[in-house]
Design a protein around this ligand. Structure first.
Ligand code: ATP
Length: 538
């Protein structure tokens, strides 16, 4: 009786143990899913952070270079999955390799040739993995530009910015067809690659099967000769088949790791792109707070990759505290002057100086801290009005009063008061309950952003281009008092804005053509006078 009770207890113990193991394995499975998800999200965000860091640090010149976009495109795509695939692939690869070695080792006592046959049967498959992995990688490099083109068409077809023009000119079908044409090319090439790979895999698989059949025949022959037992034969069959299955899974992981390494190499190439516009090792100190003198000395500059000279032997002096306007035809090089002054690019020859110091000898951050800029096409940040203005100088943590003062200086205060939630109104249409502004209204918000920074150097590229003439007159009146004690360069196509400056420089073909006050230039009878008279008579 006692023996039965013991057996029952023992059986119960075993059942409980089995139950425990099952529960534990379930727990481990859930835990591993949880850890894998957390790890993959973390790695993904970390690598995306690195990509962002690099894109912010890259020279503006990189953005002129289509290959940079190809690199960026691949980096953004690979950042998501490749590092995680590499981690997981390496883990599984190690696991497969250890099990395979163990499997090969148990075959040795049966016949030392068997492990060799097992490994040898996988050689063609390994070749297929490496060869086609490399082919796929090169194909991806070659077709990145096409892939980006398909994304571009997709953006054209789905973005709000382009929607009106697409409808008006009836361009939807045209771009949809262009998208399909690029995708068809990419799709058929990809399908061809996968087809070739599948054919090679079938051949490699047939070879593995042949080796397996030969090894089985050899073992059957040995069994017939009485050299191995039937049990050994059954054991061989199980182990060899299992080994080949493991081999296939190992090759899948080799493929994952190999592809990930190739693509990560590409990601590191992107991280290796070194900016050329860098801070000097021993920067000179910039004079803070006081209006600086600006001087361009014989500056010649071509945009990277362009044959056309944007500035040719360009010379300009803007004394401290002066408001200088630059006018001139499209493409004369006006915006380029501002870009070089902010050191977004370095000139090919000559120098740009702030208070007699070459901007290349200053720390970029300090130079930019002393400068308020309004670009021709300011960014429309889809955030609140306050934030849109505060972004002009986040380091200063501007107060509500400072933000309102900047809005008043730019002529944006009244339009903001009319908005549903004033300074808390969310702008843009990216997010729910956003309010869209007109181009001129956005321009005034951008001006307020530029004015928030109490910088002694103000650079404005077409500040009044989208303003109505009443708003322009009102703004100019205000601007003169705001600009007091600062050096200002205003680029404008409007005579009504230019004529309020202390001096007007007329630019043509990358050089200053004539300079003077409005009445002096009109009296001179040159390019400015012709344009002025043309506008007056029209
Ligand atoms: P607009 O009045 O039309 O704004 P602009 O006088 O400001 O013209 P810039 O933008 O300075 O002219 O351009 C000067 C020249 O440099 C032009 O010939 C233009 O085509 C060229 N250019 C401008 N930006 C780039 C760029 N990013 N890459 C290559 N060339 C450029």
């Amino acid at each position: 009786m006692g023996g039965d009770a013991d057996r029952v207890a023992h059986t119960l113990f075993l059942v409980a143990l089995m139950g425990g193991v099952m529960v534990l394995s379930e727990l481990l499975r859930s835990l591993s899913t949880w850890v894998r998800t957390a790890q993959s999200e973390l790695v993904q965000d970390y690598v995306a952070g690195l990509v962002h860091e690099r894109s912010i640090a890259a020279d503006l010149a990189f953005y002129e270079w289509p290959e940079f976009y190809d690199h960026l495109h691949r980096a953004r795509q690979d950042a998501g999955q490749r590092p995680t695939a590499l981690l997981e692939g390496t883990g599984s690869l190690a696991q497969n390799a250890i099990t395979l070695i163990a499997m090969a080792a148990v075959l040795v006592p049966l016949d030392p040739w068997l492990p060799l046959a097992l490994v040898g049967s996988m050689v063609p498959a390994l070749y297929v993995v490496l060869h086609h992995g490399l082919r796929q990688y090169h194909w991806r490099l070659r077709t990145t530009a096409d892939e980006r083109r398909s994304w571009y068409y997709d953006w054209l077809l789905t973005d709000g910015e382009t929607a009106a023009e697409l409808r008006l000119f009836g361009l939807g079908k045209h771009f949809a067809a262009a998208y399909q044409a690029v995708r068809l090319r990419l799709r058929s090439e990809r399908v061809r690659l996968v087809r070739d790979q599948s054919i090679s895999e079938v051949v490699a698989g047939a070879f593995a099967l042949l080796v397996s059949a030969a090894a089985t025949a050899w073992m059957v022959w040995k069994a017939a000769q009485g050299l191995v037992s039937l049990g050994d034969l059954a054991f061989f069959y199980q182990a060899f088949n299992q080994g080949q299955k493991l081999g296939r899974s190992l090759l899948d992981n080799v493929n994952r790791v190999y592809q990930s390494l190739l693509f990560l190499g590409n990601l590191f190439e992107f991280f290796d792109l070194q900016p050329k516009v860098v801070d000097p090792e021993e920067p000179e100190l910039i004079r803070k707070g006081a209006a600086p003198e600006i001087r361009f000395r014989n500056v010649t500059f071509r945009y990277p990759g362009s044959d056309r000279v944007a500035l040719r032997d360009f010379a300009l002096t803007v004394p401290a505290g002066q408001i200088a306007a630059i006018v001139g035809p499209n493409g004369a090089g006006k915006s380029t002057v501002i870009k070089l002054l902010c050191r977004l690019y370095d000139p090919d020859s000559g120098s740009v100086e702030v208070d007699g110091t070459d901007v290349r000898n200053l720390r970029q951050e300090e130079l930019r801290q002393q400068t308020s800029v309004l670009f021709q096409q300011p960014v429309h940040y889809n955030s609140t009005v306050s934030e849109n203005i505060a972004l002009g100088d986040l380091t200063a943590q501007p107060s509500a009063a400072e933000i309102e003062a900047a809005a008043r200086a730019s002529g944006a205060a009244e339009l903001i008061d009319r908005l549903p939630e004033g300074y808390d109104t969310l702008l843009g249409k990216w997010f729910v309950s956003g309010t869209e502004l007109s181009v001129g209204e956005w321009q005034r918000i951008a001006l307020a952003r530029a004015f928030l920074r109490q910088a002694p150097l103000i650079l404005l590229d077409e500040p009044t281009s989208a303003m109505d003439s009443w708003a322009e007159a009102d703004w100019i009146k205000r601007f003169r008092s705001l600009a007091a004690g600062r050096t200002v360069i205003i680029i404008t196509h409007r005579f009504t804005t230019a004529m309020r400056a202390d001096v007007i420089h007329v630019m043509a073909e990358g050089q200053i053509d004539e300079s003077g006050r409005h009445d002096e230039l009109v009296a001179l009878g040159g390019r400015y006078a012709q344009s002025w008279e043309g506008q007056m008579s029209s």
